[in-house]
Design a protein around this ligand. Sequence first.
Ligand SMILES: Cc1cc2nc3c(=O)[nH]c(=O)nc-3n(C[C@H](O)[C@H](O)[C@H](O)COP(=O)(O)OP(=O)(O)OC[C@H]3O[C@@H](n4cnc5c(N)ncnc54)[C@H](O)[C@@H]3O)c2cc1C
Ligand code: SF4
Length: 402
Amino acid sequence: MADFDFADIAPPLTPDYALLEANKCLFCHDAPCTIACPTHIDVPAFIKKIATGNLRGSARVILEPNPFGHSCARACPVEVLCEGACVLNDRDEQPIKIALLQRHATDYVLERKLKLFQAGKPTGKKIAIVGAGPAGLSCARDLRRAGHAVTVFEAKPLPGGLNTYGIAEYKLKADVALAEAQDVLDLGVELRLGVVVGRDVPLDQLLAEYDAVFVGVGLGKTKALGIPGEDLQGVVDALSFIEHLKTHPYRETSVGKRVVVIGAGNTAIDAVTQAKRLGAATATIVYRRGEADMPCYHYEYELAKRDGCGFRFNAAPQRIIGNGSGGVSGLEVRTGGGNETIPCDMVIVAIGQGARTELTWPKEDPRVFVGGDCANGGAEIVNAAAEGVAAARRIHQRLTNG
Ligand SMILES: Cc1cc2nc3c(=O)[nH]c(=O)nc-3n(C[C@H](O)[C@H](O)[C@H](O)COP(=O)(O)OP(=O)(O)OC[C@H]3O[C@@H](n4cnc5c(N)ncnc54)[C@H](O)[C@@H]3O)c2cc1C
Ligand code: SF4
């Protein structure tokens, strides 16, 4: 049987290494890492607690402003956030391994199921949350801590949003995402799974039954290419491909021998690297613009190159060519030198997600709050967590002052 490599791309630190790394921190005042983090975790404070052996206290410093500190430690693009801002970069030294230290502390409490937060005294107020992703559950946690009753409506069979269904398998596995979600639910959050608000329950009904509604529904499906051949077998959208991989034993996700991924964002990189790790002989990004125009993070690009993935730049997809029996035999692209066919038996489409269509919400209703990908157009887990926490604060203020 094939040996799949989905081990953690950044393995956890040993206790000795964590101590050593923690003691390298300069504990800056007005620390640039804290400023660069969208949830403004007090990074020097949590690192100091690791240095003194207080892992529980360290995790509390992390999780207080960021309920998704566990998954952020594994998946944050730290090169452009906290670690990119570390002052050691200016000395041409390696930055402090903030994410791995964060993981060290948060793993400690997650693995031991330590409960760091409690529900507040009941206020008699009820809030509905639409979407059990990082935004919705961050909002839920802080509303429960303030004592409000919270019901989360989630379309999928499991909570966690893209943490459970979308983040690359070598960064975050679904069981960790689910354990993190469960931590929030254990505060006494009611969770209704398999309910699509806007289809199964109208938003107006929630507005009639609850004191406030938080909408954290994320983004919608992968956009269509709009070229002939898109309906052939062997053409899949990146999110469905990744979701299948994350929710089934690895051998059950079918992958072609010669895979082409259309797009060059972070999702395209996740798709091409995971296709390669599933056993594709070749996995190639096809992008209509040049290398310098790729929207993915530079380190993601480097990762795909290290995984042996290929890249075809300035190649605009024109049509997907069938093999005569319903499958795919190639992708025709337009290049500077005319049209050419790239042979392949699987095409993964990763040209970005559209907005959700099942649910629209009034912009002016003061009882409706919005956060996460559906509000910011698509960012990172840490932004969704920050926005969920900020919305909980605003909802609490409105319900207690109004
Ligand atoms: C392939 C991929 C890889 C990514 N990799 C990273 C990464 O490495 N690091 C990182 O930080 N970020 C990454 N991101 C981004 C990150 O996943 C998102 O920014 C984050 O999940 C947004 O959280 P959210 O709660 O706003 O939305 P989501 O996580 O999308 O959660 C929204 C939830 O709402 C539910 N929902 C939607 N509509 C309804 C409805 N009508 N009724 C009820 N429920 C509904 C959905 O089922 C979903 O569970 C990645 C995104 C993708 C697509
Ligand atoms: S949440 Fe992310 S950006 Fe913030 S300190 Fe932790 S790893 Fe860095």
